[in-house]
Design a protein around this ligand. Structure first.
Ligand code: TYD
Ligand code: MG
Length: 460
């Protein structure tokens, strides 16, 4: 393929220049020029668009203006991936021609998950696993150790996108894994693999291939601890689905969250357990994020969250301790730190409990991240329980959002959460009044509250 003319584009103002410099000549910002590819000729582009239109009823544009009523909907066929929890986060299975980005820390289990799924799919579909990180021996060794079917599991060790696309054009896989996108490069750019421009352009070419041929592609993306998502993050808008591994590697549980999904619900969680036989789906994860203390301990509260489409019992732990520095620490794992500061301020203003001179640490057991506000009330009660060294009853569950005026607001699907708690043997609940069930739930004493201070009185 012929070399394309190099050019550089400012990531902030979009100005183009023919050579690199430290400062953008247009907006005068520093370190914002990035290698870019000159736009392809219109002939090549329209050919791509036409192919995409033919397959997807023209969502890439170019087919003229249409009445919504004239658009015929094609049922998206879903293919089971062999792992029900992966199907769940994908929105019910893998969609033909879709591109899924699977991100996560190194060593969390991305390659393991995808080799398992691809080996399963290889029994009924043409698949291709492309490794840019591990050798063919390493990939095969893992597959063999996991006892995966190998006969039709096609492997390729390659990092150049053009070569990959050539192989794929002859092999015609229906599912393809690129492990990882950070190791891939296109010959159109001279920057090193892993550079943002390389990652973006390589992914763009693979996405185009997926849409033209109907191949479902998984892109593996490494995310570093510091949240330097430079690589994978720039791809989020290009792909159909973005899945991220969550959870700490110390625990055997692995949680995958859909943060974007054109074919399903976002925030859906898939739960797996990692053992010596690879990743196994956890069919009923509702009680795995509890540490089950033999006797009640202070600073621990069980909440019922509903991340995605099912309720889960999750333990929030807090440690409140006298601070020895000028500014007290607020540390959150699995929750948003600003929200904790806000909740502590509400507790001071509306319940008269001050923690200015206390360090407050909050952790969600199991490394799962809670993004919903139903965690507000449990987090505050956990902090208070630790502050007073007074355990809460071990058969108590709590949920509810807290407002700045000290009010306790209802959350969605209250009754479903309470039912889940009863199933696991909990006998008491403190919840927003509007979430209290209309007819009593057998075996559960529900305390509905409207204001934060009512909750504090209940646990006094
Ligand atoms: P891997 O899939 O290589 O991670 P990634 O591709 O995200 O970097 O997972 C590697 C980790 O998983 C490694 O620490 C070992 C562990 N593991 C198991 O515990 N059991 C297994 O069966 C396999 C294959 C891996
Ligand atoms: Mg890997």
């Amino acid at each position: 393929m012929s070399k394309v003319k190099q050019r550089y584009q400012c990531t902030l103002c979009g100005a183009i220049s023919s050579k690199w410099s430290g400062q953008c000549a247009d907006c005068s910002e520093w370190n914002c020029l990035e290698e870019a590819i000159a736009p392809a000729t219109s002939v090549a582009q329209s050919a791509t668009a036409a192919a995409t239109n033919a397959r997807y009823g023209g969502y890439a544009g170019g087919s003229g203006i249409t009445n919504a009523s004239d658009v015929t909907l094609v049922e998206q066929a879903r293919t089971k991936t062999g792992l029900t929890e992966l199907d769940r986060v994908l929105g019910g299975g893998l969609v033909e021609g879709s591109v899924t980005l699977l991100g996560g820390d190194p060593g969390i289990g991305k390659s393991t998950l995808l080799i398992q799924s691809l080996a399963f799919l290889s029994q009924t579909h043409r698949v291709l696993y492309i490794t840019g990180e591990e050798s063919l021996q390493q990939v095969t060794l893992r597959a063999r150790r996991l006892n995966l079917p190998e006969d039709n599991l096609r492997l390729l060790a390659e990092t150049q996108v053009e070569a990959i696309l050539n192989h794929a054009a002859t092999e015609k896989p229906q599912m393809m894994v690129i492990d990882s996108i950070q190791t891939m490069y296109t010959e159109l750019l001279s920057s090193a693999p892993g550079a943002v421009a390389q990652v973006r352009e390589s992914a763009a070419r693979l996405v185009r291939f997926a849409k033209q041929t109907g191949t479902s592609i998984f892109l593996v993306g490494h995310v570093t601890k510091e949240g330097a998502l430079a690589g994978p993050r720039v791809l989020e808008h290009m792909v159909d689905t973005v899945l991220y591994f969550e959870g700490d590697q110390g625990s055997r549980y692995r949680v995958i969250r859909a943060v974007k999904n054109r074919f399903g619900a976002v925030n859906e969680l898939g739960v797996f357990a990692m053992d010596e036989a690879g990743l196994k789906v956890v069919k009923n994860p509702s009680a795995i994020f509890l540490s089950r203390h033999p006797e009640p301990v202070s600073g621990s509260v069980i909440m019922v969250t509903r991340e995605g489409t099912r309720p889960m019992l999750v333990e929030a732990q807090a440690l409140v301790d006298t601070s020895h520095s000028n500014s007290a620490r607020r540390v959150c794992l699995g929750l948003e730190q600003n929200r904790l500061s806000m909740l502590l301020a509400v507790m001071h203003r509306h319940a008269g409990i001050a923690m200015f001179d206390q360090d407050v640490y909050v952790n969600v057991v199991g490394g799962v991240r809670i993004s919903e506000t139903a965690a507000d009330l449990p987090v505050l009660l956990a902090a208070l329980s630790s502050f007073r060294t007074r355990p809460l009853p071990s058969d108590l569950v709590v949920f509810g959002e807290i407002g700045l005026a000290g009010e306790v607001r209802p959350v969605a699907n209250g009754e479903e959460r309470l039912q889940e708690a009863v199933k696991h043997g909990f006998k008491r609940a403190i919840v927003p009044t509007a979430n209290a069930p209309k007819s009593p739930i057998k075996g559960l004493e529900v305390n509905g509250i409207n204001r934060l201070h009512e909750a504090l009185e209940l646990i006094n």
